[in-house]
Ligand binder design. Structure first.
Ligand code: HSE
Length: 302
């Protein structure tokens, strides 16, 4: 099947875990990758983040997303040219992989005229990723919760955030690989640690929706992954502390890192400065970004 017009898909950056919501809760950020697909010889033209590192063949996650749709409908992928304008920091725990998968799925859905629902696209994306904490906010926007029920599959819901919050993101120059980072996590946890996180994840959802943001500092505390990951990322707890000292409501490791995020509605540049200065004392350089939480998720632009 050939396509006569350009199709563009916009997908937001996402920050998974939010501290206590390990593998389950994530938030969309107002920072977007744009994928444009046109009919033509197979090629990938990647501009911006990841342009040196990302594969330009069929192993690219964008292509995997497109192919997943065509596999579902039992057809082969037509010859397509992919143009990726990437703003989401690559391999820094800000959902660049999920954005690639979701953009490919949405482009594939559109050009194949499959009319898959967002729910189906979410299911395909979550099955590729294995957890929903990036793909749910990438598709639905805002703060999304995703769980996998043994009988009913993926179930998602969106938290109504009371009022505008900005994310202050410290993006280190160094990368952390999600698979390697997960290997440092314990396969079993104590009841005490489970209770620690259950209460805080519940508090996280409630404080976001009530607007009682002073509770976020406690609500984003975690015992399931951050402490283990800080063994190889020693600066992390200090950068988190620096953000709180600078006036943030909360701060946590974004996804599996390396980015660290703080949430606030004031003093954003002071908070970013404190985070970057603390990182620098550990020999870690990087950039600081301030972006609002995005209530919108991925969309096709025709
Ligand atoms: N929740 C994942 C992790 C990252 O912490 O390894 C994003 O899915």
């Amino acid at each position: 099947m050939s396509i006569n017009k350009k199709i563009s898909v916009m997908v937001p950056a996402t920050s998974a875990n939010m501290g206590s919501g390990f593998d389950s809760i994530g938030v969309a950020l107002d920072l977007w990758n744009e994928l444009t697909v046109v009919s033509g010889n197979f090629s990938f033209n990647i501009q911006g983040e990841g342009e040196q590192e990302l594969p330009k063949d069929e192993s690219n996650l964008v292509y995997l997303g497109v192919k997943s749709v065509y596999d579902l409908i039992g057809e082969s992928v037509p010859s397509l040219t992919f143009l990726c304008n990437n703003k989401i920091p690559f391999s820094r725990g800000m959902g660049s992989s999920s954005a690639a998968i979701v953009s490919g799925l949405m482009a594939g859905n559109y050009i194949s005229n499959s009319k898959l629902t967002d729910e189906k696209i979410f299911e395909l994306a979550a099955n590729i990723e294995g957890h929903a904490d990036n793909v749910a906010p990438a598709i639905y926007g805002g703060c999304s919760i995703g769980i996998n029920d043994e009988k009913n599959g993926w179930i998602i819901d969106k938290v109504k955030i009371k009022s505008k919050l900005n994310a202050i993101i410290f993006v280190p120059d160094m990368t952390l690989n999600t698979d390697e980072s997960r290997m440092s996590l314990h396969s079993e946890i104590s009841r005490t640690d489970a209770v620690f996180n259950i209460g805080r994840a519940a508090l996280l959802v409630n404080s976001l929706s009530s607007g009682n943001y002073d509770l976020l500092r406690f609500a984003t505390q975690d015992k399931l992954h951050q402490r283990q990951r800080s063994k190889t990322y020693r600066a992390m707890p200090y950068i988190i502390e620096a953000a709180i000292r600078g006036g943030a409501y909360c701060s946590y490791l974004s996804g599996s890192g390396s980015s660290i995020i703080a949430l606030s509605d004031k003093r954003e540049y002071t908070i970013g400065y404190e985070m970057a200065e603390t990182a620098r004392t550990f020999g870690i350089n990087g950039k600081t970004m301030v972006v609002p939480i995005s209530d919108s998720g991925a969309r096709v632009k025709v």
